[in-house]
Design a protein around this ligand. Structure first.
Ligand code: KIV
Length: 275
């Protein structure tokens, strides 16, 4: 059955957890969907783990729509949330509504996610008023890496913690159906979770959130440029891939691939006529 914003609301009410993973292509989305993952985030982490950028700042609407289309085709039951890329919503409320609309109309997403607290509440309200569910994202907001001075834990001082709580309440008030809390001390994320009526999705925010999200290349050991402390590695697929690629390279070079079983046949008579 399709997961919707009502699934999120019910989970909050019944104190059951929401599982979310990122995906950027059809076949991965299908595997996650079939594993029962509630929600798939087409994150702008696409910039790091798929496109090889240093950060998410360069990701475009075109990139997001292209990958959201692929994920949407594979996610029959999972709620698909598409990230709004840097400068697709900060510029104006109008831009925010138009670009959120494109992620649903062209990309096939069920909801959008954008980064920020109080300062993006006019955008959240306008997108929600247009009938598009919004997931907010507070704490470490990677699109602001240049302003934050790096990817570091957020909300550690009294002032910063108070601001995060206020931001969480503000995005809820603006109409967000969920909020991602990234790289925030567990006790603060738990406090925010207890104060909100909407679902909190943690990433590096401890076990007290209503759900969790991870970047799938991180949890499968497929991305080694940088691994944050909060990542749990569930498999070493990267090592398996490298070893398979090495084996293939060897097989091609020593002519043991392709063998008979991977080869099409034709009558010898036909070939002889060509000589
Ligand atoms: O882009 C992304 O993958 C994200 C998650 C890290 C929450 O925003």
């Amino acid at each position: 059955m399709k997961n919707t914003v009502l699934t999120f609301a019910k989970a909050k009410e019944e104190k059951t957890k929401i599982s979310m993973l990122t995906a950027y292509d059809y076949s991965t989305a299908k595997l996650m969907n079939d594993a029962g993952i509630n929600s798939i985030l087409v994150g702008d982490s696409l910039g790091n783990v798929v496109l090889g950028y240093e950060n998410t700042v360069s990701v475009t609407m075109g990139d997001m729509i292209h990958h959201t289309k692929a994920v949407s085709r594979g996610a029959k039951d999972a709620l698909v949330i598409a990230d709004m890329p840097f400068m697709s919503y900060q510029t104006s409320v109008y831009d925010a509504v138009v670009n959120a609309g494109r992620l649903l109309k062209e990309g096939g997403a069920n909801a959008v996610k954008l980064e920020g607290g109080k300062e993006v509440c006019p955008q959240i309200k306008a997108i929600v008023d247009a009938g598009i569910p919004v997931c907010a994202h507070i704490g470490l907001t990677p699109q602001s890496v240049n302003a934050l001075g790096g990817n570091r834990v957020q909300g550690k001082t009294e002032l910063a913690a108070k601001k995060l709580l206020e931001d969480a309440l503000a995005v809820q008030e603006a109409g967000a159906f969920a909020v991602v809390i990234e790289a925030v001390p567990e006790k603060l994320a738990s406090l925010i979770t207890s104060r909100l009526d909407i679902v909190t999705i943690g990433i590096g925010a401890g076990n007290g959130c209503d759900g969790q999200v991870l970047v799938y290349q991180d949890m499968l050991g497929m991305f080694s440029d940088f691994t944050p402390k909060f990542v749990k590695r569930y498999a070493n697929i990267g090592e398996m891939m490298t070893s398979a690629f090495k084996q293939y390279d060897e097989d091609v070079k020593n002519s043991s691939f392709p063998s008979e079983e991977h080869t099409y046949k034709i009558d010898d008579e036909i070939i002889e006529k060509l000589y």
